[in-house]
Design a protein around this ligand. Structure first.
Ligand code: C2E
Ligand code: MG
Ligand code: MG
Ligand code: MG
Length: 293
């Protein structure tokens, strides 16, 4: 109870200090319980990854995947990341989740390579808190060594929010990742805080146009305009640009006309099981083999 009272006081800020009342216990308990449940999910292997293909529309080929986390809860059933990632981001739990995702992704890469599949990168979402935490770079370095997987088989997706924390630290970590061959994408681009100043100074590889802009294509002229602006910005800064949340042929067509050929979305594929993702790669490979021979 003492812990809880302190926790509650902290959550409400010092200036706003209130006395702990018994009725407050319920809210605090459920927060603690949720954190404990997430910890338990990690310990009991209740998480799994799904993989959404990323398509190069010029060739029609899958050039990569994004790994997305899912939680198979023993009582509550399937839980999506929006229902536990924000909570986990309030503590270092998000770092444990990020480490789990990275390790699972490398295991998947090893499985794919061992079954003779052409090397295909997998992008992983890393929370800003984890990205700038001590030991992040060392963890990735060690993991790549341990699994003997080249760094260019994983990509890191981060959101713009992380840049405002500590520019110098971000640059240092990104440079370290670069040295390992790990590429960096800015996720949900356009929804955050990045100024052009940040973008120019950071060693980034890819901008991902947020799906809120992609879904406005055709609907409203602004949707097209924002996508166009991001594509031009990426071209000027010599960055790749991926559109996420592509759901219709019209959106795909407009994006192609704007010069954005890397797409991800339900129009092409939903996030898939590891097996289904592997089948797609195998099929693509045998198709290429036939064409070549
Ligand atoms: P995100 O990284 O921007 O991922 C894209 C989200 O859009 C995914 O939702 C994906 O399933 C969904 N999506 C893909 N194509 C379409 C489409 O055509 N239409 C629509 N409406 N949605 C589409 P999901 O899997 O629910 O993930 C939501 C967010 O949760 C992610 O957004 C990411 O911020 C976070 N997240 C997911 N997995 C992880 C993870 O392993 N670690 C961390 N830290 N965050 C994660
Ligand atoms: Mg992402
Ligand atoms: Mg996104
Ligand atoms: Mg997002």
């Amino acid at each position: 109870q003492a812990d809880m009272a302190m926790y509650w006081a902290k959550q409400n800020g010092r200036d706003n200090a209130k006395f702990f009342q018994p009725h407050m216990a319920k809210e605090v308990t459920s927060h603690f319980q949720k954190e404990q449940e997430v910890q338990k999910a990690l310990d009991c292997d209740q998480f799994y990854l799904v993989f959404q293909p990323q398509i190069d529309t010029r060739s029609g080929a899958v050039f990569g995947f994004e790994a997305l986390i899912r939680w198979q809860h023993p009582e509550k059933g399937l839980i999506g990341p929006m229902d536990f990632v924000p909570l986990a981001e309030e503590s270092n739990l998000i770092c444990r989740i990020g480490e789990w995702v990275l390790e699972k992704t490398l295991q998947t890469q090893v499985n794919w390579l061992e079954s003779g599949i052409t090397a295909t990168p997998i992008a992983v979402n890393i929370s800003g808190r984890h990205f700038i935490s001590e030991g992040f770079l060392a963890f990735i370095t060690d993991l790549l060594k341990r699994y003997e997987v080249p760094g260019n088989l994983i990509k890191i997706e981060i959101t713009e929010g992380v840049f405002i924390h500590d520019m110098a630290l971000c640059i240092e970590i990104m440079a370290g990742l670069k040295a390992l061959g790990v590429e960096i994408s800015v996720d949900d681009f356009g929804t955050g805080y990045s100024s052009l100043h940040y973008l120019k100074r950071l060693p980034l590889d890819t901008l991902k146009i947020d799906k809120s802009f992609v879904c406005e294509i055709g609907d409203q002229a602004e949707g097209d305009k924002i996508c166009e602006a991001v594509v031009q910005l990426a071209q000027n800064l010599e960055l790749n640009v991926i559109a996420e949340g592509v759901e219709t042929s019209q959106q795909a067509e407009v994006l192609n006309q704007l010069g954005c050929y890397l797409h991800q979305g339900y129009y092409y594929d939903r996030p898939l099981s590891e097996t289904a993702a592997r089948v797609i790669l195998k099929a693509q490979q045998s198709h290429t083999d036939i064409r070549v021979s």
